[in-house]
Design a protein around this ligand. Structure first.
Ligand code: SAH
Length: 215
C-alpha cells in the first residue's frame, strides 16, 4: 500500500466536493484528508476511492459513499473519548474515521470473511485500536455496553430495542431506516428519562441490515 502526492491531491479534491455539499466540520474533513481511503478498496480500483460514490467491496457489500460517511459522522456529534458502537464494519473506513476523531470504537460485522479480512487490515494500517467483533448487530454487544453513540451502517426496517437499551441516557443513535429501496437517515436521541426523540435527515440508500451471522 502506498500513499502518494497524487492520492493526497485526489483527497483534497474530494474534500472540496464534500464542502460544496455542506460538510463543514473541520475535524471530519481532516479525517478524510489523513486516512488514505484507497487502502480500503482493491488496488485495481484505487482511483474510485476518491470519487464521491459508494463502491463494492468483498462479500457483496459496499463501502459507503464519502458524503454519507461524513453525514453520519456529523450527526453523531463525536467527542473525544466517546464510546461508539458501529454496526456493519464492512471495509472498516467509517470505523477509522470515528477512531481518528478520538472515539473508542467497537464495530460488529456479521460476515466472517469480511470480519477476518478487515480485522487484520485495520491492524496493518495502524488502526488496531478499533475493536472488531464478529456477530449479529441486531443483538449489539451487551458485554461492552452502554455506549455514548451507536451508528448503524446498514438499512433497518426498525431499530431493535436491544440497541436502544445499549445506549446511555442522553446517547445518540444514527441509523438509516425504511422498508423499501430508500431509507431515511434518522437521529434518535435517548433522553435521560429513557424516552426517545427522533429526527429525520433525508433519503439515503444502504445495503440491508440482515439478521444472524454468515460463516
Ligand atoms: N461501515 C462500512 C459500510 C458497511 S456496508 C464501511 O465503512 O465500509 C454494511 C455492512 O453491514 C456490511 O458489511 C454488512 O455485512 C453488515 N451487516 C448487515 N447486517 C448486519 C448485522 N446484523 N450485524 C452486523 N453487520 C451487519
Amino acid at each position: 500500500m502506498q500513499d502518494t502526492h497524487r492520492h493526497r491531491g485526489l483527497r483534497q479534491k474530494l474534500i472540496n466536493e464534500l464542502r460544496t455539499k455542506g460538510i463543514t466540520d473541520e475535524s471530519i474533513l481532516s479525517a478524510f484528508m489523513e486516512i488514505p481511503r484507497h487502502y480500503f478498496l482493491d488496488k485495481a480500483f484505487s482511483d474510485w476511492a476518491y470519487k464521491d460514490v459508494a463502491f463494492p467491496i468483498d462479500a457483496d457489500q459496499t463501502i459507503s459513499q464519502p458524503y454519507t460517511v461524513a453525514v453520519q459522522t456529523t450527526l453523531l456529534n463525536v467527542k473525544k473519548g466517546d464510546k461508539i458502537l458501529e454496526i456493519g464494519t464492512g471495509s472498516g473506513y467509517q470505523a477509522c474515521v470515528l477512531s481518528y476523531l478520538g472515539a473508542k470504537v467497537y464495530t460488529i460485522e456479521r460476515q466472517k470473511k469480511l470480519f477476518d479480512k478487515t480485522s487484520k487490515f485495520l491492524q496493518d494500517i495502524g488502526f488496531g485500536q478499533v475493536r472488531t467483533l464478529y456477530g449479529d448487530g441486531y443483538l449489539g454487544t451487551p458485554r461492552f455496553a452502554p455506549f455514548d453513540k451507536i451508528l448503524l451502517t446498514a438499512a433497518a426496517t426498525e431499530i431493535p430495542q436491544q440497541l436502544i437499551d445499549q445506549l446511555k441516557p442522553g446517547g445518540i443513535m444514527v441509523a438509516p431506516l425504511g422498508s423499501g429501496d430508500i431509507q431515511q437517515m434518522k437521529r434518535i436521541i435517548k433522553n435521560t428519562d429513557n424516552t426517545i426523540r427522533e429526527e429525520n435527515f433525508g433519503n439515503y440508500r444502504f445495503v440491508p441490515f440482515l439478521k444472524g451471522i454468515q460463516e
